[in-house]
Write a protein that binds this ligand. Sequence first.
Ligand SMILES: [Zn+2]
Ligand SMILES: [Zn+2]
Length: 433
Amino acid sequence: MSLPARLCVATTCPACAAPLDVVEGASSARCGHCGNRLLFPGRRRVLTYLVRPEIEAAHALAVARAAAPGARDPELCLLPYYRYTAQELRWDWPPTRPGDDGAEPDANRVPQLAERAIERNFLACAWDGLGLYSLGVRTTALRLELLRTDTLPAEARVVAAEISAADGLAHALRVTSPELLAHRAVLCGVLSLVYFPFWIVSLGTAATCRFAIVDAVTGALVSAEGPPSLRERLATSAAPAVTPIEPRVLICPNCGWELPEDADHVVFFCAQCQRAWSLADSRLEPVAHTVARQPAGCAGAVQHHPMWLVDVADAPPALRRIAVPAFRHRTLRLVLTLATLLTRKHPEPPSAESAPADAAGAYLDRDDALAVARFVATGIDAGRAASLALGEPRLVWWPFERLVGSLREPYTRFALPVNSVVEAPVAVSMARR
Ligand SMILES: [Zn+2]
Ligand SMILES: [Zn+2]
């Protein structure tokens, strides 16, 4: 599974105020100090982060003076960047063979599954040509913190984000290799706004003099060619865009039972009162769900995993009920195979009266479920998939047989290796490229 790199976000525990590191985009975490499980506003909100400067003004001045002896008046600026991470599933056409101009339809040329991580960082204001465009090229151990106006670095000038979040998202979602693409689904997307610090150092006293730009984290000289017009742009500073968030203790809103924490869960299940909750902004909202009964003669102990079922009225049988497994598995290819087999077979197990066994949570939300449903349908019947009227996804706890080393779906008898079914994400730092 190609997962995007996840940065570390430094915050504090809302329960005990101890420092707490969480992975970027996390929906929940556990405080190592007080042990509380905490809910964070995860996906589908644009959170605002700050990267704290590590280089003093004197150091920045020395760097700039190496480029121009007359350098003076270093000024700390926070530049806004959009950062987007997601997982992309694609059906890609294989490249045509040399000499094949594509004029003759080739029945053997069918789209192939490709999966990749999307990670894009780009400037959210129009400061072109200064080598500032990408956040990724100049960061090593990048550490984010949730931006709070009362903890901004002293004297820092905040540069306004000029690109709206909607335009930033559209830019982040631009298609790579469009000539190969038959269909794609983008899952688990997280868009953030990151303020990154730079020292802007004037290279002289004249109104026409240029500027040096020094990375305030690494101390590297980014450019000594900042145009005089920068002075005008720097004269107007803006209030940073702040997304207020209130991390809360992760408990069942109905009965107060602790919910299991998992950074990627967007649906939580309460083992005490058997309710399911989906994350909406920073609240938990009830989500209707049923439990599917296992067929007679299941060999092993049964474990339930979340599945979204998407009904499609008026579709041929092989597309009438699209199954979208919503649990995390390292090998997405196997999950898609299971989805395809279950969709083709569309078993209709009656609802069980009993509670789901070992139910944890789901990492695909309703919108992701719809995207995957259409992706699965495209793999089954590309001609029909685009026009299918997908119904509202239904959450079902689906039975799996726990066998030695594998988890077997009892209706298709398709088995997934068990040790990679659940694997928590790990925060990493961006590697210097
Ligand atoms: Zn705590
Ligand atoms: Zn409960």
